[in-house]
Design a binder for this molecule. Structure first.
Ligand code: PLP
Length: 429
């Protein structure tokens, strides 16, 4: 395939935008080469600036669960725009989408809308701190909760006592309040709680991880976290920015049948417009301004266009009962096809799959936390990524991302994808 115009656009973009992109994952830094500029998209396909058609497994990093340019969402936004784009006052549609979200998601009474997943997680942690009157939080290596300061922390050697900043610009003071545990490792959480008695406000995690590739939680881990939180008056925050309205109508809480105390949303909830949200019981949410003392605000929060897109999306997900089964069936089909290619070619690879999330790690051992995910062979991944792209399959340009399937993918698209992998496999040994 030819990417001449994309490359020219990227050169121009780099002159005015740092790295040429407005979010680092869009650049191809992990795989090499220039990112592809997309001109339009419809259903399961992206169309780039050079006229190539690509089967899309990113779905705008999650939101396009019903495929691109989904007509009810497009129509809702067009209609809403005619009445003006923002008023800075309450509007009726905010209550409509809030009511629907509360109906769809278990264990929440009230929801506050923001503009991104980052904001949702940042605000959820502030609320947890205000509610518990404690300062420290526990997060897991490899889980991503947006780019606010508290979350950009990696393990120092003394993770039990202090975190160390992972990005310049994050202060030591902030880093100290974020304690780092290992995914699927309950003992690492118990140790942190023991070392910081009555100091931990919340534990935040991706209930099914997607930001180190797809990694499911073990039953023991997720149930153990719930119990640890109950026993120690710690709030359990499910970051469902990725899993919310994707794994099930009620997200990972429903899928795993585990109750969270605060839930955050993003991606699907905005139907492709900038929306995030956080939600909890009335009791916890009453701590939020203007009802309570924990401050949180947003000039464009609950923006009518964004709410119209989100409402159209959630309405569809709520009324079409077979969406999640059909997505899971397609993902399982892809999983089986990929596994067959792996087996027939004796590739060193692990495939993880949950609902409509799936990813492949080119490594020997089972992938169940960040350490095992990081063992993947990045040279093989690069060849795989570019080989698939050359064959018209657009995958996330990093081994630490999950694929997101959408309902518009046909079995023919999946067969094309599996065939591309089969053609490529001999080069990946
Ligand atoms: C994408 C993501 C975020 C951040 O959301 P943004 O809208 O990009 O700020 C937070 N948590 C998880 C689990 C995510 O996947």
């Amino acid at each position: 395939m030819i990417y001449k115009r994309s490359s020219a656009l990227f050169d121009e973009a780099k002159k005015y935008i740092p790295g040429g992109v407005n979010s680092p994952v869009r650049a191809f830094n992990a795989v090499g080469g220039d990112p592809i500029f997309i001109k339009s998209a419809k259903g399961a396909y992206l169309y780039d600036e050079d006229g190539n058609q690509l089967i899309d497994y990113i779905a705008s990093w999650g939101p396009m669960i019903l495929g691109h340019a989904f007509q009810p969402v497009v129509n809702a936004v067009i209609e809403k725009t005619k009445n003006g784009t923002s008023f800075g006052t309450p509007t009726e549609i905010e209550t409509e989408i809030a009511k629907l979200a509360v109906e769809m998601v278990p264990n929440i009474d009230k929801i506050r809308f923001v503009n991104s997943g980052t904001e949702a997680c940042m605000s959820a942690v502030r609320l947890a701190r205000g509610y518990t009157d404690r300062e420290k939080i526990i997060k897991f290596a490899g889980c991503y909760h947006g780019h606010s300061d508290s979350f950009l922390i990696q393990a120092g050697s003394g993770a039990v006592t202090f975190g160390s900043p992972n990005s310049p610009g994050v202060t030591k003071g902030t880093a100290q309040d974020t304690l780092l545990a290992n995914y699927n490792n309950l003992k690492s959480v118990e140790d942190l709680i023991d070392a910081n008695p009555k100091e931990i406000a919340c534990i935040i995690l991706e209930p099914v991880a997607g930001n180190m590739g797809c990694i499911p939680p073990t039953r023991e881990f997720i149930e153990g976290l719930r119990k640890l939180c109950d026993d120690n008056d710690i709030l359990l925050i499910f970051d469902e920015v990725m899993t919310g309205f994707r794994l099930a109508k009620g997200g990972a809480q429903e899928y795993l049948n585990i109750k969270a105390d605060i839930v955050t949303f993003g991606k699907v909830i905005g139907g492709g417009l900038p929306v995030g949200a956080f939600a909890a019981s009335s009791k916890i949410m009453s701590y939020l301004a203007p009802e309570g003392p924990v401050y949180q605000a947003g000039t464009l929060s609950g923006n009518p266009l964004a709410m119209a897109a989100g409402l159209a999306m959630l309405t569809e997900l709520n009324t079409q009962s077979d969406i999640y089964d059909s997505l899971a069936e397609k993902t399982e089909y892809l999983h089986k096809g990929f596994q067959k290619v792996v087996d027939e070619n004796a590739l060193t690879a692990q495939i993880n799959c949950v609902g409509s999330m799936i990813s492949i790690h080119f490594c020997e051992n089972e992938v169940n936390d960040f350490t095992s995910a990081a063992e993947g062979n990045n040279e093989t991944f690069k060849k795989y990524f570019h080989g698939m792209l050359e064959r018209g399959v657009y995958l996330p340009p990093s081994a630490f991302e999950t694929y997101f399937l959408n309902t518009e993918l046909t079995h023919e698209d999946l067969d094309t994808t599996i065939q591309a992998f089969a053609d490529l496999a001999p080069e990946l040994k």
